[in-house]
Design a protein around this ligand. Structure first.
Ligand code: RTP
Ligand code: MG
Length: 156
């Protein structure tokens, strides 16, 4: 860029409870790295109802909200800060459409086709904009600027 800042874009990726319980974490990490992302930080965490509700607050008025919160609190999630040029859009493309049952047909090589089940249990999350990415990274991690490639396992 004009100020000489060559920092790459960051996004917040999450392996949801069905992905963790289904033992897809390693397979997903391999797709992440093979697709050119660096994993800056990662953390396994059990969300409680309050935290899951804040994370997905944009959906609080939706009919599926209570079911979504039950799903997201059903087991631990693995959150990762991914870094790469165009990370936000490229990660959303890689995970595929929200409804994993449709992804299996229309985007068979997507991550949701690999490990998801339906419109709710779709095994992964990705920030949908720069604003969301900044909010979601700071939701989970204190220092959003450092990329230490550390693994944090806490709150379990
Ligand atoms: P995410 O935020 O988790 O990356 O997923 P997304 O952008 O593709 O989809 P979004 O519309 O933001 O929905 C958030 C999550 O809510 C669940 N959902 N259930 N039952 C339903 O019709 C329904 N629709 C969405 C999914 O787990 C979805 O990822
Ligand atoms: Mg979303």
């Amino acid at each position: 860029s004009s100020n000489g800042n060559t920092e790459k874009e960051r996004t917040l990726a999450m392996i949801k409870p069905d992905g963790v319980v289904g033992n897809y974490s390693e397979a997903i990490r391999k797709v992440v790295v093979d697709s050119g992302f660096s994993i800056c930080k990662e953390m396994t965490i059990q969300l409680d109802e309050d935290r899951a509700s804040i994370f997905y607050s944009e959906h609080s008025s939706k009919s599926f909200f209570s079911s979504l919160i039950r799903y997201m609190t059903s087991g631990p999630v693995l959150v990762m800060v991914l870094e790469k040029d165009n990370a936000i859009t490229d990660w959303r493309t890689l995970i595929g459409p929200t409804d994993a049952s449709k992804a299996k047909i229309t985007h068979p090589h997507s991550i949701r086709a690999m490990c998801g089940q339906d419109s709710q249990r779709n095994c992964v999350h990705g920030s949908d904009s720069l604003q969301s990415a900044e909010r979601e990274i700071s939701f989970f991690f204190d220092d959003k600027y450092s990329c230490e490639t550390v693994t944090i396992h806490d709150e379990l």
